[in-house]
Design a protein around this ligand. Sequence first.
Ligand code: HEC
Length: 213
Amino acid sequence: MRFFYGVATTLAALGIAGFGFIQSGAYNVAASESHFALVNRVMHQAMHNSVETRTDEITVPANLADADMIKKGARAYDALCSACHLKPGQSESLIRKGLNPTPPRLTKAGHWGPAGQFWIIKHGIKMTGMPAWGGSHSDQELWELTAFLQQLPELSTEQYAALVNPPAAGEIMHDDGHAHDHGNMQSMSEPPETHPTAEVVAEDDHYADGHTH
Ligand code: HEC
């Protein structure tokens, strides 16, 4: 009984301390403030475990290497994703610089297979800036993006440009079966030439903190 009271008192004290901490505003939510390394690790591991347990049911289509899939995915990637995840020859973007966690550099090989990537693209990741694209795009379109991601780490700047083949302004996305406009995501991406070489941050790896699994 005494043990029970001990546990109950400890839990109550922790609860009150936690509530006090939250109410005090001491925790800094600023994205410009980095997490402690341990917090980063724990959150990243939680994300991994969460995604992994949800990808078992996903059947990866056999046509991910189809040129048509890759081309459509490339155009969508350029419009929707490159602002955060960069493109070949680009070392930083304005939006990526300000995000915490830093969006992985998808131009460098990572460790997610197609099923994990598809799940992440479809559902997004809470409180990171990674949007869920499943509400606005069909599974077919999400697999096109996934198909393109399998090629991206191998592409040179020229191959990327040839694949994306940007249509003239105002015609974006209307010739690849897309029924809707992608707005101005494109304009958020910072073209490499606007960064003088001296200011360009050294290329990091797939993950900004250099961790591998
Ligand atoms: C506003 C910025 C932003 C945009 C736009 C964005 N993402 Fe992300 N994405 C992120 C962030 C941040 C993460 C890292 C989340 C984490 O580590 O918990 C991420 C993670 C990912 C991952 C997991 C990568 C890995 O190796 O861990 C994939 C795959 C991905 N995004 C694909 C896409 C695709 C495809 C698009 C476009 C359709 C896209 N993202 C658009 C911010 C963005």
